[in-house]
Ligand binder design. Sequence first.
Ligand code: PXG
Length: 455
Amino acid sequence: MTFDEISTNDWQAMDAAHHMAPFTDYGDLRPKGARIITHAEGHYIYDSDGNRILDGMAGLWCVNVGYGRPELVEAAAAQMTKLPYYNNFFRTSNQPVAELSAKLAGITPDGLNNVFYANSGSEANDTIIRMVRHYWALEGKPEKRVIISREFGYHGSTIMSASMGGMSGMHEQAANEPDFAHIRPPYGFLHQGNQDEAEFAANAASWLEDKIIEIGASNVAAFVAEPIQGAGGVIVPPAGYFKHIQEICRRHDILFVADEVITGFGRTGQWFASQTMELEPDMMALAKGLTSGYVPMSAVMVGDRVANKLVADGGEFYHGFTYSGHPVAAAVALANLELIEREDMITRVREDTGPYLAEALAPLAEHRIVGEIRTFGVLAAIELVKSKDGPEMFEHTGATGAICRDHAIDRGLMMRAVRDAMILSPALTYSRADIDETVRIAAQALDATADQLGL
Ligand code: PXG
């Protein structure tokens, strides 16, 4: 029997009976079954019922070059044939990893010249936690252990990266390790009130300083932040926020770490949001767009301050994964970066499709259940509200977002709901026509949602 001879119902039953999918309510999913995605091409995904859906999320914020790019497939096949695997543990390395490391040192901000590889953003962040604590111990300050991050921050699903993240639901499920602290995010829609942007930027940054003083700077190792909080709802900070944050980190001698797992590799109109926002992180977490999701790979960019200390005094760093620096993943990453450059995708985001996405979405701000539209490069959020007065949010956070998402998918657009914000994070290759189609369906989904709720 071929794949196509098995019915959707049979696939769903097979899957639901045995597959414990990530971030899934099993009691809810099992009776209904999942949508079975069979293939994808360009910016469309296809399911086993023959539906064609425009992928406004680039998979899960990761398929930056779009689906079906033969360059990446050929790079993987060639590398698998030549050297499918060898480890990097005992003074061995491989050609794609050496080349990729040099390439990443070249395109990341100045001072980030060393790379540690892992397989997921979560592992990259776990690596950062260990490396940061190890660094301070080498500096003779082992009590500098606390890592401060932000509510609604998402840094991964391992116990440590979830503890570092600011998702309270995850903390409640055995991911609330000590020595992590959280501050409020610079979420203007909720917290700005009557402050102007500069005032709000300074005020939101002061929450970090308050927390450092509360804990004592001598106990704080690092502040970790996504330049734009992705899974937290595309929270775009007010201009100047990170300038204050960096000044506070420097003054208290605390490392500043940028989690660029979503914002990296072109999404904000530069290689990295750190460049778009003029940040100078001591370390950086990368994943997703590194390989456009074709194979798993993540990386930690380590700045000179930390790297030089590890080289000078560190001894052996007892940390690594079987697949750290996997040659096939590195070959795919190199082909992916080359494609981004060859097709000038980042310039296109910065000068054409990024601004066009903002312009095309702007009219939706007038919709009766829309409180705010946020965009930055090819990232966007449509914040849904019960009433524009106030604004008044929905009582059961997340329920309306889920309704709107389902209306969008039914009409052929994959959007993600975060609480009651509708999220877009398409491929860098998304065209103006794709954006027009996205906005057209999003508008219909908003109407259908408002109608269903009687608003
Ligand atoms: N940091 C950031 C900023 C992320 O967005 C991770 C780390 C963890 O990466 P891995 O590869 O371990 O998943 C992420 C991942 C969502 C969603 O609901 C977002 C992510 C993962 C799963 C779901 O939007 N981002």
